[in-house]
Design a binder for this molecule. Structure first.
Ligand code: DWN
Length: 421
């Protein structure tokens, strides 16, 4: 039992063990990362002693197609039916989606009759920007709370998971889609073949699929172990994606590296029955060793070192009597805090801007979450930047902060006062 895991253990129906690779179906899977049992990343508690479910958090490497994937698949109904994460929760992501709307509409949409469908459309941030450009849009998102937010802002959103049935219903009622967007969604999908069957069925003959996923290259390069949590079933590199796309007549045409979420890739594919060619990115990944088991076995050792280093950094500050708080309550902080065994004995509180998180307690570690204003008023001497992927935005926003930020990834750094790292 882990610290805090005094509550109900998950019942069998809440999850299943993986025995075959999600993409190539091979059984030759090797465990490369083990972050032990953790609670669900976005299961914030109303009261600190509310029951919570814990699950193993292990990453497997497929020795056949190279996909990194979790060993345990948690029932998506436990994670996505009410969802506390909003795409609009940072200026960085608002700007990111405005730019994406501009590029999608200018490059792929030639008529207001053409349809853009976003799977995992969240609160409608991207589709709202596309709609402002006169694009016909439709959202699909299983989170009832987010679908309500999107519909209230005029972005029609179906509150359901995406699969071939949903795709056929959309096609029959509204016609085929010229563009399907899936940002930070494919990594969350267990049956990716069913997902791609729906994409292929819904897309026009020359339709475009635009997918953003956290990149396994960044996970490896920056030791981003906290981006491993139960919502993220897969950790993609281009090589396995190329194979998945081609299995469903989607030719991968472009790979772009993005800074968002600790480093992501945007892969753009076009539906076609033409012959496929490999992508130069696959050669880049071979040079980086992303297609080799030993790369991720080494990553596991680097993760253990970084977690210990962070623990020691915080313990040293606490032993000197300093107060430390947390900045942001991202999903990734659930992994970081629970895997590193950092709890309320270390962080006095965490702050966040998300209405659904304020007043709640962090999963597993039960640290209270307050508004940012408390941090700005109290000016605690140290602040662990749990939302480290927004370092620049936070440092700019908190330039009046008189204390010192501690940035945990890629390694524990204590920033000097009023400085960028
Ligand atoms: O895949 C996913 C990624 C894309 O988004 C989802 N499964 C879940 C979610 O992951 P996350 O929660 O780690 O995402 P963020 O965007 O890193 O979360 C940042 C958190 O920090 C939010 O709760 C908002 C908060 N925040 C804040 O309190 N003050 C963020 C900024 C920039 C701030 O100034």
């Amino acid at each position: 039992m882990r610290m805090g895991e005094r509550k109900s253990r998950a019942s069998g129906s809440d999850s299943r063990r993986v025995s075959r690779c999600r993409i190539c179906r091979d059984r030759n899977l090797t465990r490369v990362i083990d972050l032990k049992r953790t609670p669900l990343a976005n299961s914030f508690l109303s009261k600190p002693n509310d029951p919570e479910k814990w699950f193993p958090l292990e990453v497997l490497y497929c020795n056949s197609c190279g996909l990194l994937q979790l060993s345990e698949v948690v029932n998506p109904n436990l994670m996505f039916k009410e969802y506390p994460y909003r795409s609009s929760s940072s200026n960085s992501m608002l700007q990111h989606f405005r730019e994406l709307a501009q590029s999608l509409s200018s490059e792929f949409i030639t008529s207001s009759k053409q349809l853009v469908v976003e799977v995992g459309s969240n609160d409608g941030t991207l589709l709202s920007a596309l709609k402002e450009r006169g694009v016909r849009v439709l959202g699909v998102d299983p989170a009832a709370n987010l679908a309500r937010l999107a519909n209230a802002r005029g972005v029609e959103t179906l509150p359901t998971f995406f699969d071939s049935d949903t795709a056929d219903r959309i096609r029959d009622e509204r016609g085929k889609a010229q563009v399907i967007v899936a940002n930070n969604v494919l990594a969350h999908v267990d049956d990716v073949h069913e997902f791609m069957r729906g994409v292929s069925s819904l897309l026009e003959a020359d339709g475009i699929l635009s997918v953003e996923v956290p990149y396994a290259g960044n996970l490896n390069q920056n030791v981003e172990y906290d981006t491993v949590y139960h919502e993220h079933l897969s950790y993609f590199s281009v090589h396995p994606l190329l194979r998945l796309f081609s299995d469903f007549d989607i030719r991968l045409e472009r790979v772009a590296r993005l800074d968002v979420h600790g480093g992501s890739i945007r892969v753009t594919g076009r539906k076609t029955n033409k012959k496929f060619v490999s992508n130069p990115f696959v050669e880049f990944e071979k040079r980086c060793g992303l297609n080799r088991l030993e790369t991720y076995q080494r990553l596991s050792d680097r993760i253990e070192y970084q977690m210990q280093d962070l623990r020691e950094t915080l313990e040293s500050l606490k032993s000197e009597g300093h107060e430390i708080v947390g900045y942001g309550a991202p999903a990734k902080s659930t992994t970081l805090l629970n895997a590193c065994k950092i709890g309320a004995e270390t962080l006095d509180y965490v702050i966040d801007t998300t209405p659904e998180k304020i007043g709640k307690f962090t999963p597993g570690t039960h640290i209270p979450i307050f508004r940012t204003e408390r941090f700005q008023k109290e000016q605690p001497p140290y602040c662990l930047m749990l939302a480290w992927n927004y370092e620049k935005e936070i440092l700019l926003k908190e330039r009046q902060y008189t204390g010192q930020f501690i940035v945990p990834i890629p390694y524990a750094r204590v920033l000097s006062r009023n400085s960028s790292s």
